[in-house]
Ligand binder design. Structure first.
Ligand SMILES: NC(=O)c1ccc[n+]([C@@H]2O[C@H](COP(=O)([O-])OP(=O)(O)OC[C@H]3O[C@@H](n4cnc5c(N)ncnc54)[C@H](OP(=O)(O)O)[C@@H]3O)[C@@H](O)[C@H]2O)c1
Length: 326
């Protein structure tokens, strides 16, 4: 995702300047093995995009360069987190984001882990210093769920959210509905590069639960924790349920739902049979979709969006542009 973002920043320079008056400069990059900070943005882009010669890369790469040093640059900018997420500890992104916000940097992230563990704290830290904290790429990526929920539906009371939020499981369910076997559909998803080599978090529903949590907490102002969501894996879906749904003109969807419940709200993730009149009925394959139920604007659904690193990078870029405009 980080590499795709670097490529987008390089490819879109004219568009960003002409349309938004924005000329972003890549000033430092990090991997787990070190990092680099250079004065020339073109050098950084060349390194990431693989255009620089290996010897030049090796000369610039510094295994001792650490994030705190980079965050001391004369003018704070935007810190973009594309590290792998741990939804139990939030690390390594959580500490990195704390540090960045503490040093006056805006934060844009594709990483769910820090937000699951520390959203409230990070939001407070950002708001307290007038900084942006944006995470479209972690909450559906190219599907503009947060934009719609936070901006298009501003001023409404959102009473329920329902979403197909995971491309891998939606693809598998679509293929099962077309007669494929579970193992066959999963292998297809992996061969297409949609599913992770280890798709456990997707199949067990945790990826959907996390995205539901991030969206609901942001747009409904809740303080939901992962343990508040009742999660049922999709791997148990039976051929009988599929045949029954098909016979009745329904489709099986792996849905995350949150809505009014006893004493507040209830939230769950499970496979449900939806009728053809349901707004998410036609969301097939790797597509995603989310429906917001509001008190004054009725029900609003947004669907589609690319499920790959380029789509996630485009969501990061959108958040960077948004911070710049604000
Ligand atoms: N792939 C997608 O389509 C997609 C879509 C939406 C959101 N996301 C999220 O975006 C994030 C990145 O995904 P990805 O697919 O790009 O993962 P990835 O290919 O595993 O890349 C992760 C990167 O993070 C670096 N890294 C790991 N630990 C680090 C540390 N302590 N300090 C600095 N860098 C560190 C890794 O460097 P090394 O290689 O040196 O270890 C690697 O460059 C994840 O949180 C993922 O959930 C991904």
């Amino acid at each position: 995702v980080g590499r795709a973002l670097a490529r987008l920043l390089a490819d879109r320079q004219d568009l960003l300047r002409n349309r938004y008056g924005l000329s972003p400069k890549l000033r430092a990059i990090f991997r787990s093995t070190g990092g680099l900070m250079v004065r020339s943005p073109a050098t950084v882009e060349g390194l990431i995009l693989g255009e620089a010669l290996p010897a030049r890369k090796a000369a610039l790469w510094d295994p001792k360069i650490m994030l705190p040093a980079a965050l001391k640059l004369d003018r704070p900018g935007v810190f973009v987190d594309c590290t792998p997420g741990n939804i139990r500890t939030g690390q390594p992104g959580l500490d990195q984001m704390r540090l960045a916000l503490g040093r006056g940097w805006h934060v844009v992230t594709a990483n769910k882990g820090p937000l699951v563990v520390g959203y409230r704290e990070l939001r407070r830290a950002a708001a307290g210093r007038g900084l942006g904290l944006r995470f479209s790429a972690a909450a559906g990526a190219a599907l503009p769920a947060l934009d719609v929920g936070l901006r298009s539906l501003a001023g409404t009371r959102i009473t329920a959210i329902e979403g197909i939020l995971n491309g891998t499981t939606n693809y598998i369910l679509t293929r099962l509905g077309q007669g494929a076997t579970f193992g066959g559909a999963l292998k297809e998803a992996q061969d297409k590069g949609i599913a992770e080599p280890d798709p456990t978090l997707d199949l067990e529903g945790w990826d959907t639960a996390v995205k539901l949590l991030l969206i609901a907490n942001a747009v409904m102002g809740l303080e939901l924790k992962l343990e508040d969501i009742d999660v049922e894996p999709m791997s148990g879906v039976s051929p009988r349920a599929l045949a029954f749904a098909r016979k009745n003109g329904r489709a099986l969807k792996f849905l995350g739902r949150i809505g009014p419940g006893r004493g507040g709200v209830t939230a769950d993730v499970r496979v449900r049979a939806v009728a053809s009149s349901h707004p998410l009925f036609g969301v097939d394959g790797t597509n995603k979709g989310v429906t917001f139920v509001t008190d004054t604007m009725g029900s609003v659904t947004v669907t589609g969006g690319r499920s790959d690193p380029r789509g996630a990078a485009a969501a990061l870029l959108k958040d960077i542009i948004d911070i710049y405009r604000n």
